[in-house]
Structure formats: C-alpha cells, structure tokens
Design a protein around this ligand. Structure first.
Ligand code: IMP
Length: 193
C-alpha cells in the first residue's frame, strides 16, 4: 500500500498543490529535501516524460520508496512545437512572453494554436507510470493579466488569457490539474494493493 510519496522537487507551490490533491487518499507527500536527498540531475530529455523520469529516477535511487516528479512546458504549433522542454530556458525569467510574441508577430489568427503539457512520472521500483495532462489554447497578440506565471499572460482560452483567470478558473482547465487528477485516480486504484 502506498501511504508516503517523495516528490522530486523543492518547489513549495508544487508540493502544496500535490499535498492538497492527494490528502483525501491519506497519502503523505514529502519533498526531496525533507527526504534528505540532494540531487539535481541534468534534464537532458527531449520529451516531458523523459525529463520527468530522469528526475524521479535520480531521487528513487536514493530513497527506494515511491517517487513522483513532473515536467511541463508550452508547445506552439507555428514554432514546430517549441519551446517544449526548453520552456524554462527559452528566455531570461520575465522575458519569455515578449520573446514569444516577437517570434509570433507575423503569424495570423488561425495558426496561433498552442498547448501546455504536464507529465508526472511515478516510480516505485516495480512500476514506472506516466500521467499526462494538456491544456489547448492560442497565443494572444499581446500580454494581458496579472495572475499566474511564465507564459500565462499570452496563452488564451475562451477569450481570456490564463493570467486573467483566477487560480480556481485556471485549475479547472490546466494541464497540471489534469495530470494530477489522473495521478489521484491511479493512486486510488492502487490503494488496495
Ligand atoms: P517546470 O515543469 O517547472 O520545469 O516548468 C517549465 C516551464 O514551463 C516553466 O518555467 C514555465 O515557463 C512553463 N510553464 C509550465 N506550466 C506553466 C503554466 O501553467 N503557465 C505558464 N507557464 C508554464
């Protein structure tokens, strides 16, 4: 039975979100730091799943108890899927939206499709499984909104950018929420084991 998970992150926001979601299952989620692990593997995968498993495996090797890790990013149709796994490294922090709008300045409406993807890897020594969520939308023509982070101000869905949504509204449609819902179902199904 799984009653404790190590999350391969020290990001407090990610931890809080996962803890809240898994709370009803009675699963305790601890950070890698709390588990006494100090590893930072090179995220050199070419897919979100590869990077997620690189992070999960590195922590699993140290703790030998069930581990989850996530990786996410933005894929833009008109840029052949870029920045993808390079989303965090695409531009200096705070400049990613401006750079993306500049690259997209000649792309007409109708060709501005994009999606966010989040992949969560689970590993427990016997099983390796992946839960993926996607959020489809379009790249706006200018940045709008004050909420969220990263590319939220330029990612539009139903007439609003993600940065114009409350976190409650964003959570209903986000790639991360979808992947986390799948993780919840996966762990719920394995509870009886
Ligand atoms: P990581 O999964 O924490 O490595 O995040 C990868 C990068 O993808 C972040 O630094 C953001 O630039 C981008 N990203 C991932 N999810 C979101 C989101 O929900 N909104 C905006 N940007 C995101």
């Amino acid at each position: 039975m799984i009653d404790r998970l190590v999350m391969a992150t020290n990001n407090a926001n990610k931890l809080r979100e996962v803890r809240e979601i898994l709370y009803p299952l009675g699963i305790e989620v601890v950070s890698q730091q709390e588990a006494g692990v100090n590893v930072e593997p090179e995220e050199n995968g070419v897919t979100f799943a590869e990077n997620a498993i690189i992070k999960a495996q590195a922590v699993y090797n140290e703790v030998k108890v069930p581990v989850i890790a996530d990786d996410s990013g933005l894929c833009v149709d008109a840029l052949d899927g870029r920045p993808s796994v390079y989303s965090a490294r695409y531009a200096p922090k705070g400049q990613e939206c401006d750079k993306l709008l500049d690259e997209m300045k000649n792309v007409p409406d109708g060709l501005r499709g994009a999606y966010f993807e989040c992949c969560i890897a689970f590993i427990d020594g016997e099983n390796t499984d992946f839960m993926t969520g996607r959020c489809y939308g379009t790249i706006s023509h200018n940045a709008r909104g004050e909420n969220g982070f990263g590319y939220d101000p330029v990612f539009e869905r139903d007439g609003k950018t993600l940065a114009e949504m409350t976190s409650e509204e964003k959570n209903k449609i986000s790639h991360r929420s979808e992947a986390l819902k799948k993780l919840y179902e996966y762990l719920e199904n394995r509870k009886g084991e």
